[in-house]
Design a binder for this molecule. Sequence first.
Ligand SMILES: [Zn+2]
Length: 157
Amino acid sequence: MEGKEQEEMEKEYTVLTFAEYEEGLKNGKLLGLRCASCKKITCHPMPVCQWCGGRSLERMELSGEGELTTFTVIRVPSEGFEDDAPYIPCLVKTKEGPCVVGRLDYDAEQATQELIGKRVRMNGSYTYKGDKYSGGAHTCPVFEIQENKSVTQIDTD
Ligand SMILES: [Zn+2]
């Protein structure tokens, strides 16, 4: 299917397309969907609620705050990611509930298991050019560890 057609179709069925989600990330916003039935938050965007399958969804903005659930350090990159290594893909459990995949903004040489469970906050986004499997460039959120920092404005750089 033509990319444009697929995009049009997605628009018809979803309140928040993946392209809009990625555009939000570039602007420092972590966008998700609130379910009218169970009130829970879905992120990243899906056509139905990730918790109850409900279809009545409303776009909302997450705080970007959460807890580092797990991470790994990539030193041997897959094809297309040579320029990125070493880098740290991570999973963050957001304050609002859903887990989000992103990257951790941290010195890969210093990263240890002790980071797991720490508070993190989205501090920007990263766009990777992609490889032959990923169908072009994609953007993911970037998180930083919040040692004992007080809550500050999100840096939208
Ligand atoms: Zn729901």
